[in-house]
Design a protein around this ligand. Structure first.
Ligand code: ADE
Length: 224
């Protein structure tokens, strides 16, 4: 899987994609992520990539030219399966979309800033628009990092124990059951007996029951 990201603040993406599982995925060559500074395609030597909006109003708009030149140049190597714009008015990201995107081989993520990007880029280049939730962030970088993490961990070979992604919350429309580690008794707070029973069938049944309970209590909307 190859993911290119275009951003006016590439530094914001460095840390989230350089540790833990993402680091390993990249080192193993299972995930290639390239972050590109949009200013490389700026319209002048001042590094301009945005301008005032037509019709007036506060806030700058990211210009067509730098974005289109960036997309065209990055598409030369091979076409993208999806060109994704991170925006609060996109479709809301969830596990199903992460699963779908993890099956693609080349993605381009465009991070917006200020008032967003010129509508014509959305109309003519963007194939999918994604929001990570109903709140507004200062830019698309953190949302892009969220997408890369959610997608990257699904790639075969990225997680040590491949089955673990299958049992994540949301993969089977259920929240994950509670988990415990040592000690079995901490300040008198005991780990449920069944988990110490050594009976895999009983443990599996308990976990399923707890997942159902947790889902119906916390997310009744997921059950239907
Ligand atoms: N850019 C700003 N806020 C965002 C959000 N909630 N999701 C995706 N991109 C964004």
């Amino acid at each position: 899987m190859h993911i290119d990201i275009v951003s006016v603040l590439p530094e914001l993406l460095e840390s989230p994609l350089s540790h833990s599982i993402m680091k390993r995925a990249r080192e193993k060559g299972l995930l290639q992520v390239e972050v590109h500074a949009l200013r490389k395609w700026a319209v002048n030597s001042y590094g301009q990539v945005d301008d005032y909006q037509y019709g007036g109003g506060a806030g700058m708009v990211m210009m067509c030219e730098p974005l289109v030149n960036a997309i065209d140049e990055l598409s030369v190597k091979a076409p993208f399966d999806e060109i994704i714009y991170l925006t609060p008015d996109g479709e809301k990201f969830n596990q199903k979309i992460a699963n779908q995107l993890s099956l693609k081989s080349r993605l381009l993520l465009i991070c917006g800033h200020y008032k967003g990007i010129d509508e014509r880029v959305r109309e003519h280049y963007i194939t999918r628009e994604i929001s990570i939730g109903d709140y507004v962030l200062s830019g698309g970088e953190l949302p892009a990092a969220v997408l890369v993490d959610a997608i990257g961990r699904l790639l075969p070979g990225v997680l040590n124990d491949e089955t673990s992604a299958l049992f994540d919350s949301f993969q089977d429309n259920l929240l994950a059951p509670p988990v415990y580690t040592r000690p079995a008794d901490f300040r008198g707070w005991k780990v449920p007996e069944v988990l110490l029973s050594g009976d895999p069938k009983k443990i599996e049944d308990w976990r399923y029951e707890m997942a159902l309970k947790r889902t119906s209590e916390r997310r009744p909307d997921m059950a239907g």
